[in-house]
Design a protein around this ligand. Structure first.
Ligand code: NAD
Length: 490
């Protein structure tokens, strides 16, 4: 139980630089403050939650250009249009869906009652869990921070957010804009890197949603286990892109370019590698050359094409390419303008295909997270399915096939976080579908109703009626109960 004094003695915790006090103490104080405020105020009404979501909507609308500029500064260059679509519009759509459905999601749900307990009533009530922690990554620094925050608020919780240190301008703007829209004891933003993240994940939240890499996800779960904090882990992985034998390569390549070059491939659900029927790799290369040429006649100074976020990731991706080349891979650069990508200050990389990849290449082991695409050949669809199943379960799977039986076979025989058929990425934009991984790609899901449920306590409540049959089961036991038991134990 939190002492009531904590509520009446608020310290402006988020304005204290994290270096001035041990992070654990500082963050612990903030959590205490939020929990006390939550207990004092009780669960927010529907109207209050709609108002909170409206405030968040205004943060997005009023700061859209500032967010676009901040993200671009953080990345070196991020297409303004990509930011407006994938950060602002996608978040607004998510919030709109929550606002539209919240009354229904919040309503207690009547459940079936056995005749034996009639006329008692059973229901499930959806209660805020309390204080939710959110740790966000850098690749979509607004959407992946604000959609979890919106979900937590819709479910009636207080929320503490730790955005990524890799996007300092965006994270500072998030802190400032959210600080203006909400008091610290409702939404608080904590800035810092892995050490602050580690201290954050040790807090006794009522739920913790982490979006980031699988390796850090393991640390988060370990830290959360100490306080038995339930977690939603939104992780990454190697998502396959499978083209069925009879499918048009031109059509598949169109979706592949969207999935692989939006945000320069720095997307958790970007197609990681392609599985194409034997003998059709050259067709894929030619189709990609044409499609990339249409969309990005040049890339280096093209405002529509995003940079690699920083030097570390730029070097990591270049190393993946040199490693693949050294190990016998054939690299095909898709570079329509014939530009030289040796200006390291721009951190831009063209799409590069790795043909004949082998298992010992780093590009076949680690999540790529950039514009590099290994192309693997398969002979039969079952061989492609076996290839996917021999690896950790991916976050997304993309299948390009018009044959319903073959679609069904892939759906039934593979397990991935989500699936898109004849398209890339867009399953994530379906507001009424849950989004999350499985196995190494994550645990739990959010978006829409599933997010509301993940951050609510689904509390079962039984209401006993004044007159009911349970008195028959009380001692002293006698012949009436004997007759009843005969009926019950048939
Ligand atoms: P990351 O795991 O390096 O960092 C994510 C967040 O965790 C950051 O805020 C970071 O400061 C924090 N952090 C780092 N070390 C920590 C620690 N020891 N304890 C607690 N917190 C710590 O990931 P990233 O590089 O920012 O993002 C890229 C990864 O995220 C990719 O693997 C990608 O697939 C994944 N991702 C997944 C989704 C999804 O929805 N499933 C979305 C975007 C990105």
């Amino acid at each position: 139980m939190v002492a009531a004094a904590a509520l009446h003695d608020p310290v402006p915790l988020t304005s204290v630089p994290l270096t001035s006090r041990p992070a654990d103490e500082l963050l612990g104080g903030l959590l205490k403050q939020q929990r006390a405020a939550s207990l004092e105020a009780g669960p927010p009404s529907l109207e209050q939650r709609l108002e909170d979501l409206e405030r968040l909507r205004r943060v997005l609308l009023e700061n859209q250009e500032n967010f676009a500029a901040a993200i671009s500064k953080d990345f070196g260059h991020r297409s303004r249009h990509e930011t407006l679509i994938s950060e602002i519009f996608v978040s607004l759509e998510g919030i709109k869906h929550m606002r539209r459905n919240l009354a229904e999601w919040m309503s207690p749900e009547r459940r079936w009652v056995s005749m034996l307990f009639f006329p008692g009533r059973s229901q499930v009530v959806y209660q805020p869990v309390g204080v939710v922690g959110v740790i966000a990554p850098w690749n979509f620094p607004v959407q992946l921070a604000l959609l979890p925050v919106a979900t937590a608020l819709a479910a009636g919780n207080r929320v503490m957010l730790k955005p990524s240190e890799y996007t300092p301008a965006t994270s500072a703007l998030l802190k400032e804009a959210l600080g203006r829209a909400f008091p610290d004891d409702k939404v608080a933003v904590v800035l810092g890197g892995p050490e602050v993240g580690a201290a954050f994940s040790r807090l006794a939240f009522d739920h913790l949603l982490f979006t980031g890499s699988t390796s850090v996800g393991k640390k988060i779960m370990q830290a959360a286990a100490e306080n038995l904090v339930p977690v939603t882990l939104e992780l990454g992985g190697k998502s396959p892109f499978i083209v069925d034998d009879s499918f048009s390569m031109e059509r598949a390549a169109g979706s592949l370019v969207t999935g692989k070059l939006t945000n320069a491939g720095q997307i958790c659900i970007a197609p990681d590698y392609a599985l194409v029927p034997e003998g059709r790799s050259d067709e894929l290369v030619a189709s990609l050359q044409r499609e990339v040429g249409r969309r990005y006649p040049t890339m280096l100074n093209n405002p529509d094409y995003t940079s690699i976020v920083n030097h570390r990731h730029y070097e990591r991706l270049r190393h993946l390419l040199s490693d693949a080349q050294q190990k016998g891979g054939r690299l095909v650069e898709v570079n329509p303008g014939g530009e030289r990508f040796d200006d390291e200050s721009k951190h831009k990389l063209p799409l590069t295909l790795v043909l004949n990849p082998t298992e010992d290449m780093a590009v076949m082991q680690d999540e790529i997270f950039g514009p590099i695409l290994p192309v693997v050949s398969y002979r039969t669809l079952d061989e492609a399915i076996g290839y996917v199943n021999a690896r950790p379960r991916p976050l997304a799977l993309y299948l390009f096939s018009d044959d319903e039986q073959r679609q069904q076979r892939v759906l039934e025989r593979t397990t991935s976080g989500g699936v898109c058929i004849n398209e890339t990425l867009l399953h994530v934009a379906q507001e009424d579908l849950p989004f999350g991984g499985i196995g190494a790609s994550g645990m739990g899901a959010y978006h829409g109703r599933e997010g509301f449920l993940a951050m609510s306590h689904k509390k079962p409540v039984f209401h006993q009626a004044r007159w009911n049959g349970t008195a028959l089961m009380k001692p002293p036991y006698g012949p009436r109960l004997e007759r009843l038991l005969k009926f019950m134990l048939r």
